[in-house]
Design a protein around this ligand. Structure first.
Ligand code: ACO
Length: 326
């Protein structure tokens, strides 16, 4: 029986920092509002000429080096993104070419902020079925390119970046223990980019109406998030025969410090068991969990043998969780 686990991780973030003070000059907002309502102090923003694959490639190269796996050994690349370089071809194909993963199949996963967890679950299934040995899961989003910089209710929330993990066979006692994935399409319109698809192709009119920008019902998303973060975490723990006391590190999607704090309190976890990056990076969409995981591993906060639970939610609506022994 093959077991699958995380062999290496990497992350890539833009250098440019956009602070709350910078945003005060752009829209009617304040550092105080943003910090108390979201926990965000600053975020990273990509340069105008940069696209998602630029960051995805760097995160993948670091993850492969960390795992000690050559690009030519990768069997499948899964790229979780809602801001692909182009609607098609898949950004995963662009990454495949640029890293030289010549034998890898490649496809994108569209599950918004839950995309990395969806990717891990697909990678795990391919490996334990015996079909593939090494799967590269990369999440990258450049939401700054689809955010309406005149809409204060969304533009203060997001940041850009990418994170990646190499998933492959591991010895007994390590690896993924359980997954939970879910979707509720009845909430599809709570977070969406209305124009640019086949329902409403981009035209001068849709651009004039700002319909090519991300739209979000913040309050609805907030309520949904608090509910599914708790339920999904409970589910993966129960499936793995574990309790909240077994958690060494909780890595939640970084959307709002109040959502993270609700999950922490629900499970009675000490703050040092919950990874928080939102103050520095904002909500980096699908990338937030792998960026936090990579930081935790590289700073020694997540150690081999630790039981890590990752949990997230996002547009779709979607959610996901994974329990893994590093
Ligand atoms: N600065 C100042 N005031 C603001 C700002 C701002 N940047 N944005 C909104 N406000 C105002 C609103 O206009 C409103 O004013 P009003 O009461 O006069 O109407 C007031 O602040 C309160 O607004 P709410 O929307 O009720 O604020 P809330 O406390 O719900 O916080 C937030 C909003 C931060 C968006 C919160 O709802 C949230 O985090 N929701 C979850 C979002 C999320 O998790 N998204 C993840 C998915 S993203 C993806 O999948 C790509």
């Amino acid at each position: 029986n093959v077991r699958a686990g995380i062999l290496g991780t990497g992350r890539a973030l833009p250098e440019r920092v956009l602070t709350n003070a910078d945003l005060e000059k752009m829209v009617d907002t304040s550092d105080e509002w943003i910090v108390t309502r979201t926990g965000i102090r600053e975020r990273r923003i990509a340069a105008p000429e940069e696209a998602t694959s630029d960051y995805a490639v760097r995160a993948c190269e670091l993850a492969l080096a960390d795992a000690g796996i050559a690009a030519e050994e990768v069997d499948l690349i899964l790229c979780a993104t809602v801001t692909p370089d182009m609607l098609f071809p898949a950004t995963a194909c662009l990454v495949q070419d640029r890293i030289g993963a010549t034998k890898a199949a490649a496809m994108d996963i569209s599950a918004a902020c839950s995309g990395f967890l969806y990717g891990l679950a697909v990678a795990h299934a391919f490996i334990i079925s015996g079909q593939y040995r090494y799967v590269l899961v990369v999440a990258g989003d450049i939401l700054s390119k689809i955010v309406d910089w005149e809409d204060r209710s969304t533009c203060v929330l997001f940041g850009d970046g990418a994170g990646a993990a190499v998933v492959g066979p591991v010895e007994a006692g390590r690896g993924f223990l359980s997954f939970d994935l879910g979707a509720d399409g009845s909430g599809a319109m709570h977070i969406c980019q209305p124009a640019g698809g086949s329902r409403m192709p981009a035209t001068a009119e849709t651009v004039a109406q700002r319909l090519h920008y991300l739209k979000m019902e913040g309050r609805e998303t907030f309520k949904f998030a608090v509910k599914v973060m708790a339920a999904s975490t409970e589910k993966v723990l129960a499936q793995a025969g574990l309790t909240k006391d077994d958690i060494d590190l909780l890595i939640p999607h970084q959307a709002n410090i109040r959502i993270i704090e609700a999950a922490r309190q629900r499970f009675g976890l000490d703050p040092d068991k919950v990874v928080v990056t939102i103050d520095r990076y904002g909500n980096t969409s699908a990338s937030s969990i792998p960026i936090a995981l990579d930081e935790a591993r590289r700073t020694g906060r997540a150690k081999p043998g630790d039981l890590v639970v990752m949990v997230g939610f996002g547009g779709g609506l979607t959610w996901g969780a994974a329990a893994v022994r590093l």
